[in-house]
Ligand binder design. Structure first.
Ligand code: NDP
Length: 601
């Protein structure tokens, strides 16, 4: 039966009130301060369980390009620069291999929520055909290694190494880089690609240090304790264990079905339910892929996805996933408005109606799938879809029908404390053998705090001093006063967060064009001018800002745990005309060969 056909009429006002009530339950004065950092505060839980640290001598040499971070950003920039003839390229990475988020996140069931065809970078260059519409983590991690091998990026890489200082040497026109492994080397150019979600956090719960059983964060999965492996083999050592998982975000949604299958008992502690729509994963058919994979196909797919998200008017939807579904629904509601009634107010109302309809379908799905009616109600998400990261899964809600699985809903209050024996919520102690923290990663803090170093540019000025309260860049990439330095991240650029790798591939093309130009000119430095940086920041700030997780939303990292980002939202945004406008602008900028806004010295 068509779900939409059975949908009750939506009372916009009543729903707004319900959303506000649910949000208010969750607001707390401590905001982001409710969390504690895994790496600095829980050293024993933060160690790398996947790769032993190999002793090595410190390096003290010079490279043309050093890139900080060995995830997609460092890999794609490296691949492009190597192809352009920049051979001595060094990645510095805190993990034991390439992969970034895919290195650390090996929890059972880890999978990409964005379709492989657009999410996995350099598919054409490597010739890799993804095995599934939504690839699982081991395949993505292997793809990272594939890029590393194919483009010779392993040769100079430094793993298990964290940058501690990055300073511009004015006299020598080089960056001086120091690390926690005693390295002290120089580079003509530096790239920063530390990623947005790399600092794991734990809830700041009283008693957390006193727990006598086993505990770990999902990004440090201890297979030696659980048994099984990242490929999904049964975690046989949990067969006699009572396990608690704290958190019900995108990570928990993926690993709960595996824990439900393998643990003797599983307690899922929920503060806010995720919206969990259908996944519909399918294997990729080699014949279909051969037909699609004609030269230039991946760029065309990337653009088609953006067009269908709402950033343009792509005619056909090739990706067909939950992201494009929402984009298409919003567009349909807006196009249904008579021309003479289209104004910002009616367009926003149309958007709200499309959102309400979508969320109602997702709520009905929870009620339909979960057999226990009370749990089915508790798993309903009461907020607009983009208030929190939308989730997609075909086994998560079903896991609550498994024997031995208990949903412990805390009505927005969260877990109270941890004891020596287990977890306390709603005044009840749940004794367990193991606690899995699916509590996410730090987001609201300053970039420089998360990076672990504060780059020092011309005149010894640090990046945090240059930025003050607001990020300042040209194209999200170049920073005045920081010559030969490139940031690879989406903000103040396309800001396309539904497919982060698209931003990365595009930045890699820009960096390669700029570095090639600087080398061809024999320039020692390339840097954006103060005027160009200011003009770009003004353009970004002239837009509506990034309104994800606004005031009406339930707290989460999208809205700084309910405290918002105040005026900074105007600067934490992308091109005011949308992602496609940014890509068109930057493409023309690169092709012009003028490199407007950059000064070569
Ligand atoms: P999140 O920050 O999204 O979720 C953390 C969870 O912990 C939330 O459910 C939160 O509740 C809960 N929590 C925190 N404190 C408490 C407490 N005291 N008591 C009970 N619950 C608590 O982290 P994730 O690791 O799930 O996801 C982080 C991001 O990683 C995602 O948003 C996504 O961007 C990315 N990701 C991407 C995937 C992909 O497919 N590409 C897959 C998985 C993750 P509350 O909601 O109330 O704050």
């Amino acid at each position: 039966m068509n779900a939409a056909a059975t949908m009750p009429a939506i009372d916009r006002e009543a729903l707004r009130r319900k959303y506000a009530e649910e949000r208010d339950k969750r607001l707390r004065a401590d905001g982001s301060a409710q969390y504690r950092r895994l790496e600095s505060e829980f050293a024993d839980l933060a160690t790398d369980p996947y790769t032993p640290v190999t002793p090595r001598d410190p390096v003290t040499d010079h490279v043309t390009f050093a890139f900080i971070g060995g995830g997609f950003a460092g890999l794609v920039v490296g691949a492009r620069l190597k192809a352009a003839g920049i051979d001595d390229y060094r990645i510095v990475e805190k993990g034991g291999d390439f992969g970034g988020t895919w290195y650390w996140n090996r929890y059972p069931g880890a999978q990409c929520d964005t379709a492989s065809m657009i999410y996995m970078p350099l598919l054409e260059e490597t010739g890799h055909m993804p095995s599934e519409k939504y690839a699982h983590a081991p395949e993505i991690r292997e793809h990272c290694s594939r890029i590393g091998r194919q483009f010779g990026l392993y040769e100079k890489a430094l793993f298990h190494t964290q940058v501690t200082a990055l300073e511009w040497d004015e006299g020598a026109n080089v960056w001086r880089i120091e690390t926690d492994r005693g390295d002290s080397f120089t580079a003509k150019y530096v790239g920063l690609g530390t990623g947005p979600l790399h600092v794991a956090k734990l809830p700041g719960l009283p008693g957390i240090e006193t727990f006598k059983g086993k505990s770990f964060h999902t990004s440090r999965w201890d297979y030696a304790y659980t048994g099984g492996d990242p490929e999904g083999a049964p975690m046989d050592r949990l067969a006699d264990k009572r396990v608690a998982i704290i958190g019900t975000g995108a990570t928990a949604v993926q690993c709960v079905p595996h824990l439900a299958r393998d643990a003797k008992e599983l307690f899922v502690f929920q503060r806010t339910p995720s919206s969990v729509d259908e996944r519909n994963n399918i294997p990729i058919d080699p014949e279909w892929f051969a037909d699609v994979a004609k030269p230039g196909w991946q760029k065309a797919w990337l653009e088609n996805f953006v067009g269908n998200l709402g950033g343009g008017f792509a005619s056909e939807d090739w990706v067909q996933d939950g992201w494009t579904d929402l984009g298409k629904r919003i567009r349909k509601e807006i196009l249904a408005l008579p021309m003479d009634q289209r104004n910002p107010k009616t367009v926003l109302a149309a958007y709200e109606d499309a959102d309400h309809a979508k969320m109602e379908e997702i709520r009905q799905r929870a009620e339909r799938i979960v057999e226990d009616p009370e749990a089915g109600q508790k798993l309903k998400a009461w907020y607009r879809q983009l208030c929190k990261r939308p989730c997609f899964h075909d086994e998560y809600l079903q896991a609550f029908n498994e024997p031995g699985v208990t949903l412990v809903d805390t009505d927005g209050k969260g877990v109270e404390r941890i004891t020596e024996r287990g977890v306390v919520a709603n005044g009840v102690e749940y004794p367990v053998d193991c606690i899995v923290y699916a509590s996410g990663f730090e987001v609201g803090s300053a970039y420089t705090e998360r990076a672990g170093f504060d780059a020092r540019g011309r005149g010894g000025v640090t990046l945090s001093e240059h930025w003050g309260d607001t990020m300042r860049t040209l194209h999200g990439l170049h920073i005045h006063g920081f010559p030969n330095l490139f940031m690879v991240q989406p903000t103040q650029a396309a800001n396309l967060i539904a497919n982060v790798p698209h931003n990365i591939v595009d930045h890699a093309d820009t960096i390669t064009a700029v570095v090639s130009e600087a080398e061809a000119r024999g320039a020692a430095t390339v840097e954006t001018t103060a005027e160009a940086e200011s003009a770009w920041v003004d353009l970004i700030a002239s837009g509506p800002g990034m309104n994800l997780g606004g005031d009406a939303c339930t707290p989460g990292y999208y809205n700084n745990e309910g405290q918002g980002f105040a005026d900074r939202t105007r600067f934490f945004a992308g091109h005011p005309m949308g992602a496609l406008a940014y890509f068109a602008h930057i493409d023309a900028w690169r092709k012009s060969g003028e490199f407007k806004g950059l000064a070569f010295g």
